[in-house]
Design a protein around this ligand. Structure first.
Ligand SMILES: [Zn+2]
Ligand SMILES: [Zn+2]
Length: 182
C-alpha cells in the first residue's frame, strides 16, 4: 500500500522508490563489480607498484571508499538512463554515448537537466500525451484525474482536492467533461 503523502515527482507522479526500481539488474550487478574492482585496485594492485612510503591508513580508506562508490554510482546511472530514456522518447544511443564520453559523470548530470517529459498514449485514440496532460489534445478523453472545480491534478484515491479543498465525490466525470467542453 502506498502512503498518500509520499513525496512524488510533480512531473511523473512516481516516487523515489518507483524510480529506483527502474534500474535494471545487470546494472546493479555491474555496480557491485565496479565497487569490488576499485577496492582491489586500491588495496592490492596500487600498493604493489608503489616506490614511496604509503599514505596514512585513514587517507587510503577514504580514497578507496569514495573511488568505489563513485564507480558504482556511475554504472547505476547508465543503467537508469537505459530504462528512462525510451519512456521519454529520447535517443538511447545518443544519451548513453554522452554519459560514457563526458568525464566525471557530467553526462548524467546533463541528462537529468535536459530530459523530456514521459510520453504515454491516449487510451481512446492513441495520440501521444505527456504525463502532465489532463485531457487528450485530439479527442478530449480525460487521461488523468483532476479536480472538477480548479482542474488541477489530484490522485484518483483522494477524497478532497489538495489545491482548493473541493469535494471530489461531488464530481460526476461525464458532467465534468461536458462542463469543461462548454
Ligand atoms: Zn485521444
Ligand atoms: Zn481543486
Amino acid at each position: 500500500m502506498k502512503d498518500s503523502i509520499t513525496l512524488r515527482d510533480p512531473d511523473t507522479g512516481s516516487t523515489f522508490a518507483d524510480e529506483m526500481r527502474l534500474i535494471p539488474r545487470w546494472s546493479v550487478a555491474l555496480a557491485v563489480l565496479a565497487f569490488v574492482s576499485v577496492q582491489y585496485l586500491c588495496w592490492i594492485v596500487l600498493p604493489a607498484e608503489r616506490h614511496h612510503p604509503p599514505a596514512p591508513l585513514s587517507v587510503r580508506i577514504y580514497f578507496a571508499l569514495s573511488g568505489s562508490a563513485l564507480a558504482a554510482l556511475y554504472v547505476l546511472m547508465v543503467g537508469y538512463v537505459t530504462r528512462d530514456a525510451p519512456r521519454r522518447a529520447m535517443s538511447l544511443r545518443f544519451w548513453i554515448a554522452i554519459c560514457l564520453i563526458m568525464p566525471g559523470g557530467i553526462g548524467s548530470v546533463l541528462y537529468f537537466l535536459l530530459r523530456q517529459p514521459i510520453i504515454s498514449r491516449c487510451p481512446a485514440c492513441g495520440t501521444r500525451t505527456q504525463s502532465d496532460f489532463h485531457f487528450c489534445p485530439q479527442c478530449a478523453f480525460q487521461v488523468s484525474a483532476c479536480c472538477g472545480q480548479c482542474y488541477r491534478s489530484v490522485s484518483a484515491t483522494d477524497q478532497f482536492c489538495v489545491h482548493c479543498g473541493h469535494d471530489l465525490a461531488a464530481d460526476q466525470t461525464p458532467a465534468r467533461l461536458r462542463a469543461f467542453l462548454g
